[in-house]
Design a protein around this ligand. Sequence first.
Ligand code: FES
Length: 101
Amino acid sequence: MTTLTIMPANVTVEVAAGTNLLQAILDAGQALVTKCGGKASCGGCHIFLTGGRKGISKMTPEENAKLDTIVGIGSKSRLACQMTILGTEPVTVELLGALSG
Ligand code: FES
């Protein structure tokens, strides 16, 4: 288990290693648009990974390719549906609201 902090709501939840980040965010009661059902094709789950990079699975080529098509990405950009919480360190993410997608 480790902790996941979701900003800007500042919600912290306990999550098990192996949990999908998108699922963890939804389970925490936070809203994210998921039009593609987690297939790395809609971009709606674009978030910023602001803390605990080593606690998250590495970026896949599919995720990287989709991020390249999204306006407003930065060095912290990831797709929540493609991320697995490893449980090795606490993780902090920032939801982008209307900026997502
Ligand atoms: S849910 Fe569509 S890209 Fe992640």
